[in-house]
Design a protein around this ligand. Structure first.
Ligand code: GRG
Length: 409
């Protein structure tokens, strides 16, 4: 596990403006997104339009602009505050997740051999388990914040399990929609068993997750995770459409990013906070942390689609372009190369479009701008989680948000 985590955390060579590097205005620390005093304005979305985009993309998104004004000296790479030294948030979180995949397999209650093989296929310990790790760390951080409790409730661990099951069901369905051949370095369920059975396997995992969720017995938690399922579907649906107007396009992209990826993390974090602590302020902190880390995670995922190799990712790269999807790096590149507009609108469907768009992206600042944006979301996540009482788990969450920016798979 430790090796997998350290591999995940290795830095990416292309990251000129990532953690610890400087942006105009503040040595050793990323400056605010769109800082007006910046001299390095290459391909930056103008400050006001970007702020408008960010604030309209999702409810609560306004917080990203506030961070620039309220916490001028904050940086993702700053010291943690509890004073405790620990090496690896993954190891810390994993202490509560021993037997996670065995427990998930028990939840699946499968009767036929084939359905069992298909449904259990991705619960093999090859995923990063990013969501359950965040969830258990958040649970402990909130419990400590509330009453200095060192215990984690069984119901909170169940949320981690449900989150991983929902995530896995979406991967299975996503691969059907995208007609994907490989994931995590192996063939997809749809390629081995066919699309029809893959859809049913995803459904089965989702239904087992719903049963486990209902067993938690907290209606607020049930409605949070039900909202996630709606968001996932709506996010995937948004991805099927395009917007002509550039500002609308970016807002559309961020809304999709929240729904497809961040909602699950945000609502799972909130769910464990509700189970551990009665204070709505803490619930909001947990939600905001999860939302901001989740958006950053997806932005970096979109970057890795351009910068990583297939071996590293365990799936083909440039996949988004091939599917006709314009992600952050493309949208930023289009600011510099407006000729990309037509390609975006036709969803890279003409011969040569994918290669040309990829070249434009790599010649532009699109990758750096998207990374920089992810960094801002991480700053905001750190700002939120710092409101909790210091604890090893809180500091591990800070470290985890930094790792999102430096992951290479
Ligand atoms: C509700 C079952 C269901 C489906 C809804 C298909 C779909 C509709 C939504 C797709 C959502 C999706 C696949 C989003 C991508 C999120 C993402 C960044 C996945 C990769 O996560 P990692 O890197 O994967 O954590 P590992 O392999 O480490 O688990």
């Amino acid at each position: 596990m430790a090796m997998r985590w350290s591999c995940w955390r290795r830095g990416c060579p292309w990251r000129p403006a990532a953690v610890g590097s400087s942006r105009p205005g503040r040595p050793g620390c990323a400056g605010p997104l769109g800082t007006r005093a910046t001299s390095d304005t290459r391909a930056q979305i103008p400050y006001f339009s970007l702020m408008k985009i960010l604030t309209s993309a999702s409810p609560n998104m306004h917080s990203i602009s506030q961070v620039h004004h309220r916490t001028p000296a904050m940086c993702c790479c700053s010291q943690t505050q509890s004073g405790e030294k620990y090496s690896d948030p993954f190891k810390l979180g994993w202490r509560d997740l021993k037997g996670l995949y065995e427990d998930i397999r028990k939840e699946l209650h499968i009767s036929t051999r084939e359905l069992k093989d298909m449904s259990e296929y991705y619960f093999d310990g090859k995923g990063k388990a990013f969501r359950p790790i965040i969830v258990v760390l958040m649970a402990r951080a909130c419990n400590i914040h509330h009453n200095n409790s060192r215990d984690m409730q069984a119901s909170q661990r169940s949320v981690a399990l449900v989150a991983e099951m929902i995530h896995t069901a979406t991967l299975v369905h996503d691969d059907v929609i995208d007609d994907a051949s490989s994931r995590r370095g192996k063939h997809t369920v749809n390629k081995i068993w066919g699309e029809q059975k893959a859809v049913l396997a995803g459904d089965l995992i989702l239904s087992a997750a719903s049963i486990a969720l209902a067993r938690i017995g907290n209606t607020a938690v049930v409605s949070m995770l039900a909202q996630v399922i709606e968001d996932l579907v709506r996010g995937e649906f948004l991805q099927l459409g395009s917007k002509e107007n550039e500002n609308e396009r970016f807002a559309h992209y961020l809304e999709k990013t929240f729904k497809k990826t961040a909602s699950l993390i945000a609502n799972s974090c909130k769910a464990v906070s509700v189970l551990g602590c009665p204070d709505p302020v803490v619930h909001e902190i947990a939600y905001q942390y999860g939302k901001n880390v989740g958006i950053a995670f997806q932005l970096i995922d979109d970057v890795l689609d351009f910068t990583s190799c297939s071996d590293q990712m365990g799936k083909p790269t440039s996949a988004d372009l091939k599917l006709g999807i314009a992600t952050g790096p493309v949208l930023f590149a289009c600011q510099q190369f407006p000729e990309m507009n037509a390609m975006i609108m036709r969803r890279f469907s003409l011969p040569g479009d994918v290669d040309r768009a990829r070249q434009y992206v790599l010649q532009s600042d699109g990758v750096q701008q998207t990374t920089y944006l992810a960094q801002q979301y991480c700053h905001e996540a750190v700002r939120e989680i710092r409101k909790l009482r210091p604890s090893t788990e809180r500091d591990a969450l800070i470290q985890l948000s930094e790792s999102v920016l430096t992951r290479d798979k």
